[in-house]
Design a protein around this ligand. Structure first.
Ligand SMILES: C[S@@+](CC[C@H](N)C(=O)[O-])C[C@H]1O[C@@H](n2cnc3c(N)ncnc32)[C@H](O)[C@@H]1O
Length: 231
């Protein structure tokens, strides 16, 4: 199935409400566990005021989980949609635990334009994460240029996304499964996202062409892929 590009930013109010009320916690917890496993295996400790950045943070689901998992690190969620950042801030402010999310802040910015020196002066990013972002980015170059600009040789990158289904029939089956759980707006967005996603082969070829040999791509089950390593 060929890729069909979708708009980068999720700016519609209905779209944001629908996304923010859905429960994706199972997949999100898996991602946090995968990152933790990778860090532990590589003897990397993120408990000393390290900087963690979550690109395309949306309503902050992953940023919040990163902030809870590594309470001594500073976590920054970045999204280009004002509406998403508004939702993320409002969720953060609703926390009844005053200490929770003290280490978390949000920035509204397009990932294509962010520069480490402007956004994080004097501080290197230890962990650069994204979830369900890559398929929104029209050109892969823009995503990889961003993570290269923000990373040092020590930055751990961990990016999870949907994998494009092999054919329309599989995409329609997945859309139906989504419709069984979620509302129409989210289902339509999910279907558009499936069609906009990349395949692991496309990502591997891109990484190979750009000679970023320390990044690995693997498929997680039949719906997701993960890119991890250093750039
Ligand atoms: C599907 S949502 C994922 C949100 C969040 N990462 C999560 O896992 O719940 C993708 C998010 O990426 C944001 N996004 C897409 N393109 C972007 C860009 N160029 N710069 C910043 N944010 C972007 C969208 O606005 C949207 O909030």
């Amino acid at each position: 199935m060929d890729r069909t590009v979708e708009p980068e930013l999720m700016e519609g109010e209905d779209q944001v409400i629908s996304y923010a009320k859905a429960d994706f916690s199972e997949g999100e917890n898996n991602l946090i566990n995968q990152i933790n496993y990778y860090l532990v295996k590589n003897n990397i400790d993120l408990n000393k005021q390290e900087l963690i950045v979550d690109l395309g943070c949306g309503p902050g689901n992953i940023s919040e989980k990163l902030s809870i998992k590594w309470p001594n690190a500073r976590v920054v969620g970045i999204d280009g949609s004002k509406e998403m950042i508004r939702k993320a801030e409002s969720k953060k402010n609703k926390s009844t635990n005053r200490n929770r999310f003290k280490n978390l802040r949000y920035i509204c910015a397009d990932i294509k334009k962010i520069e480490a020196s402007e956004f994080f002066p004097g501080k290197n990013i230890s962990l650069l994460v994204s979830n369900s972002l890559i398929h929104h980015i029209t050109y892969l170059d823009d995503f990889f240029n961003c993570i290269k600009r923000l990373s040092t040789s020590q930055t751990i990158n961990f990016h999870k996304d949907l994998k494009r289904p092999d054919n329309e029939q599989i995409a329609l089956e997945l859309k139906q499964k989504c419709a069984d759980k979620y509302d129409d707006i989210l289902t339509d967005d999910y279907y558009a996202s499936l069609k906009a996603s990349y395949t692991s082969k496309e990502l591997r070829n891109f990484i190979f062409e750009k000679k970023i040999f320390s990044l690995e791509v693997f498929e997680e089950g039949d719906q997701y892929l993960v890119i991890y390593g250093k750039v």
